[in-house]
Design a protein around this ligand. Structure first.
Ligand SMILES: Nc1ncnc2c1ncn2[C@@H]1O[C@H](COP(=O)(O)OP(=O)(O)OP(=O)(O)O)[C@@H](O)[C@H]1O
Ligand SMILES: [Mg+2]
Length: 257
């Protein structure tokens, strides 16, 4: 499986909406198997960056997953190259069971012929995903009755059965309990063994525990990048998040660097 482990390489990415530049020349590398957190204030361009990578908005520059250029390809082609994403709001089919949701996602990859063929039992990749996301005991429960956190895990499971090798998750732990956040972090660690993971997230506690690397976006540009410790120590990041550097002994003017 490791031969399918690829990195994400973004170069001079730009996205404009009617003259407003939401992503303004972003370059970043996410190493194969990394868990990269993408943070930044509201409107920084985080979701738009993911939209550009997945083909939902037009962009200029370059986005490679492994050696494949993604820009210019339609959404379904990018998805077939192993790029999967979740949205800030859940997109599971609430009136279907957990198993049916996974089966449909798997079917979308296998094609309609396989989906329409009457099958008995649960396909291997679906059974495996049910275990990984911790919902095996809830396979026959309606997705609409799942707890908020469980719906996010189901969404991640739907990407796993599609064999996504790059997961782009938009605020996966928003609204989750502390226990659900922990379980989600552990899920990310597990899936990153043979996948590359990019997580948009505001939750600093979650970031400290589970980020391997961090990119901070601000006003469409990369403000800071590095390990959690490096980014947290960056006065520019403190300025953007708190309006002043974190160290109480440091005057607000100590941000000129
Ligand atoms: N379809 C669109 N048309 C016009 N402007 C847009 C569109 N999508 C996003 N924008 C603008 O682009 C900027 C970046 O938005 P984006 O959703 O990427 O931010 P974000 O970093 O994900 O913020 P949040 O943390 O609130 O989710 C914002 O100013 C937003 O209003
Ligand atoms: Mg967003």
């Amino acid at each position: 499986m490791t031969e399918q482990l690829h990195g994400l390489y973004v170069r001079d990415l730009r996205v404009s909406f009617d003259g407003f530049t939401a992503v303004d020349g972003v370059s970043l590398d996410v190493a194969p198997g990394d868990i990269r957190f993408l943070i930044g204030p509201n409107g920084a361009g985080k979701t738009t960056l993911v939209d550009a990578v997945t083909g939902l908005v037009k962009a200029t520059g370059s986005v490679r997953f492994g050696d494949r250029e993604l820009l210019g390809r339609p959404v379904h082609r990018i998805s077939r190259l192993g790029v999967g994403r979740t949205f800030q709001t859940s997109t599971v089919f609430e009136e279907l069971t957990v198993l049916q949701n996974l089966d449909i996602a798997a079917g979308a990859r296998r094609g309609w012929a396989t989906l329409l063929r009457r099958r008995h039992g649960v396909p291997d990749e679906v059974a495996e995903a049910l275990e990984v996301i911790g919902l095996a005991s809830r396979a026959d429960q309606l997705a609409g009755t799942l707890a908020h956190g469980q719906k996010q895990w189901l969404e991640i499971g739907m990407l796993l059965v599609q064999d996504a090798r790059l997961l782009l998750l938009d605020e996966p732990v928003a609204g989750m309990s502390h226990e659900e956040r922990d379980a989600t972090g552990q899920l990310l660690e597990q899936v990153s063994r043979d996948r590359t993971v990019v997580v948009i997230e505001h939750d600093m506690d979650f970031l400290r525990r589970f980020a391997r690397t961090v990119t901070v976006l601000h006003a469409g540009k990369v403000l800071s990048e590095g390990t959690v410790a490096q980014v947290q120590a960056d006065p520019r990041v403190q300025e953007v998040y708190l309006g002043h550097p974190v160290d109480a002994g440091t005057a607000p003017t100590a941000t000129e660097a």
